[in-house]
Design a protein. Sequence first.
Length: 550
Amino acid sequence: MIMNFPIQLEPMMACVHETLCALDNRPFRSLNIRQNSMKKTGVALLLSVCLSLESVVAQTAGGHAAQRSAPATFTNPVRVAEGADPWVVYRNGFYYYTATSGNEVRITKSKTLAGLASEQAVTVWRRPETGPNARDVWAPELHFLRGKWWVYYTATSQDGSDANRRVFALEAQTPDPQGAYSDRGQIVVPGEDVYAIDGTVFEREDGALFFLWSGRPTNGPGPQNIYIAPLRDPATLSGPRVLLSTPTYDWEKHGWWVNEGPEVLRRGGKTFVVYSGSGFTTPDYALGLLTNESGNLLDPGAWTKSPVPVFHRYSGPDGQVFGPGHNGFFKSPDGSEDWIIYHARETGENTGPGRTARAQRFIWNPDGTPNFGFPVPANTRLAPPSGEFGTASDPTPVIGTGLRGEYFEYATPDKPAFETLRLTREGEKVDFYWNVNAPAPGLGKDRFAVRWRGQIQPRYSEIYTFQTYADDGVRVHVAGQRVLESWKTQVATAARGFIYLEAGQKYDLEVEYFEADGPARVGLYWQSFSQPFEPVPRSRLFPPPAAARP
């Protein structure tokens, strides 16, 4: 099988430019020197560019002269047509996908995540001509509950009334999720038949079922809120609705006041509700986070809300993403990874059309909260979910133990410095989203700095693009050379630089970061022709050599 990969011209051309400058003895700004002699560096870089271009040509020409074996990858979007309000579940060796398609529920089946883009969808239910669910079939979700498949969807009456939107359920009649379904009707809230959309179900470890959705206080105009209620069975509520969240922060009020699309994560005894805030047509549509640590999901006072979005619009040297939201979650085939699927757009226009479905892996912060990173732009090569059919193993597997992180605090707000060392941590990788919390006990949530030191070992002998995403300042040194720097107070911003690295060799790595005020985050990513874009994993990071330790 011949696999085509996008040509990574930007890092190659950047290195060519720097090579020419070096050969001409002119200064250049991006320092990716790996030899003492600038001319030797230029020659080495030019040679590596030629080899990379040769490999690309071989791949695109049919692969007869391929120079290396690259891992399987995929690119977003995973679905263009029917990409709004996406949902994925993985079960028994297949991904099942559904999304808003108009006036029916359609389900796509694929062995691979990338295959969702080309597999044909099967219609499992069509709207009736009349009745409460005769128009505007939105946001279907597929769940396997108590031994059966269930679909939950939003619809309204044939007149298209916004006030008449409700959530409905379908029950599978066969074990095949693409098979026949029977209509179980509306999910009725006892005593309150009012506006309701974006229904989802959460099954707790003890088997208890909960229904969450976006609704309004009445059928009239008003803010969209997040509600929860217990379920007696997958189609019947057993108690009144409980208000969990209403739009209170400015970021939830772009376009109109919205909390919608709730989805549940559970880890380490904590329950999280990830929801979408602001109008879905706006470029500022984003994801928020509710946290419950008590386990009493029906107690409104047991939930806390993040004051800032946890996943939002992105603009960087690799592209732009607008309005990321209305997400779902799924596990990788081997169960070792957590993935998010969501829709987003390529343009910043205030419009509904153009939403496409995207998927990417997410991780967990040290405090147990989810870290979604940033929405990766379209056409960036990503590794598929772990354990997926046809994926290859790491060509040079290693088991790194991570970097050493030194955490400091500083006193002067406009002069970040590594002044007072408060603690040292071993075994870290650089991928943190502290939000508005302190990074560790003994440190404040503002005016702290971190220096990570150790070594990095690449998989391939190629030009690497290193990228950071940080709020506030960050700078990165590899092999003693400054690869990138964005050392200033700033909202979350991406920066990148390039350097040639050889497979299997360990290089000194230093990452410095500071937080002034507000939300705090920092991530270190890499990619090359053969290396898919990813946060630099702990398995490729090592502590400082003994001679370099203080």
